[in-house]
Design a protein around this ligand. Structure first.
Ligand code: NAD
Ligand code: MG
Length: 388
């Protein structure tokens, strides 16, 4: 295989670092052409010295001087700011753009990548959720490919290869259930930040860890599946599977179910996306069936985890509803991490923001960006007034 050229957006985060570990595991198979991050100059500089990319992008411009000083005399193109993150995806000679940015901040970079007809390996589920109505037309025009990195969507992608598109009956997304699966609903108000950040099976960035505790993450994944696999929301099911061994399944019209299994390790779906259409020997996530715990399954409790119920509704409604859900959630999670609101307020904020919003059913980019902006204002106001 000829070495593939990579551009990694969000290289300093959990998925970004795991992507670089996959690169390390396979010497000569990948060339890192560019790295982008928000503000972690120290780690970005370390990554620069190790991988020697031609370009770096730092989105937080207030740290620009620090990066310039740290790399004085180095031959590297430096780019700064939000607009440059989008321009960065046009960087010459790249085979795969990996979007591992967190939040809707990754939307325009994802769109630009596919507009250029480039292959997008996407962990940044929020960009698919918000930009859902825009991707089909661009993909039709440019024939760009989107390769999922999210473990559930990688599992669906792999399992779906066992049948034809028109034979697919349902996709079944598994969920660990998060740290509060068995906690009585009455105790949810007392949940602390530290408890919510302690996920039972996955080690991830802070935002997705909180999303996993509210099950908003599963909700985002339902909306992500609708976009990635071009299926109606009615075909997307969620089942709780606390051991996180089956990463998702596909049910065909003959009722056969095909699943993908491994120990939970994001480096496995990352490797699958980077090497696709090949599979390569890899140590990540290997299973010993004789040592597995019992695998169990249960229905999600949509009363206790209302964020998932709201997400199903948004997936069905479509238009700008998913963008509103996402924006309200981002604002509320940020407020929870700053200990300004309670755990239960996160879902309440999503709910009330959705109720206050007029959904546009066939939005263009302007409508989506506007929905994102307005929903943030509504959510901030709700939080400011402590209405949620
Ligand atoms: P993280 O917080 O660890 O890292 C986020 C990265 O995005 C950092 O490199 C940061 O510099 C960058 N970033 C933050 N704000 C930015 C902005 N405004 N503009 C540009 N870059 C910005 O997050 P993570 O856990 O790596 O998650 C990244 C994405 O992958 C999320 O969408 C998440 O839902 C998805 N994901 C993560 C995991 C996981 O195991 N961590 C699994 C599946 C999907
Ligand atoms: Mg996932």
């Amino acid at each position: 295989m000829v070495a593939k050229n990579l551009l990694i957006l969000g290289s300093t985060g959990s998925i970004g670092k795991s992507t670089l570990e996959v690169v390390d595991q396979h010497p000569g198979k990948f060339v890192v052409r560019g790295l982008a991050a928000f503000s972690n100059v120290e780690l970005l500089v370390q990554q620069y010295h190790k991988y020697k990319p031609e370009a770096l992008c730092l989105v937080n411009e207030s740290k620009a001087d620090d990066l310039k000083a740290a790399l004085k005399g180095e031959e590297v193109k430096l780019m700064f700011g939000e607009q440059e993150l989008i321009n960065f995806t046009q960087f010459y000679y790249v085979d795969i753009v990996i979007n591992a940015v967190v939040g809707a901040a990754g939307l325009l970079a994802s769109l630009e990548t596919v507009k250029q007809g480039r292959t997008l390996a996407v962990a940044n589920k929020e960009s698919l959720v918000c930009g859902g109505p825009l991707f089909p037309e661009i993909l039709k025009k440019t024939k760009a490919k989107i390769l999922p990195i999210d473990s559930e969507h990688s599992a669906i992608w792999q399992s779906a290869l066992a049948g034809k598109e028109n034979e697919l009956k349902n996709v079944i997304i598994t969920a660990s259930g998060g740290p509060f699966r068995t906690l009585p609903k009455e105790q949810f108000r007392q949940i602390t930040k530290a408890q919510a950040l302690d996920h039972p099976t996955w080690k991830m960035g802070q935002k997705i860890t909180i999303d996993s505790a509210t099950l908003a993450n599963k909700g985002l994944e339902v909306m992500e599946a609708v976009v990635l696999f071009n299926i109606p929301a009615s075909k997307v099911k969620v089942v709780i599977h606390p051991q996180s061994i089956i990463h998702s399944m596909v049910e065909f019209n003959d009722s056969s179910v095909i699943a993908q299994l491994s120990n939970p390790d994001m480096k496995l779906p990352i490797s699958y996306a980077l090497f696709w259409p090949d599979r390569v020997e890899s140590p990540f996530g290997a299973l010993d069936f004789t040592k597995l715990p019992d695998l169990s399954f249960e229905e999600p409790d949509l009363d206790k985890f209302k964020a998932l119920k709201l997400a199903f509704e948004c997936a069905k409604t479509g238009g700008t509803a998913p963008a509103v859900f996402n924006a309200a959630n981002e604002v509320a999670v940020d407020a929870f991490l700053k200990e300004k609101i309670r755990f239960t307020d996160i879902t309440r904020c999503i709910d009330e923001s959705l109720q206050k919003f007029n959904i546009v059913s066939a939005p263009n980019l302007f409508d989506i960006l506007n929905a994102d902006k307005e929903a943030r204002l509504i959510a901030e106001e709700l939080i400011g007034n402590q209405k949620c």
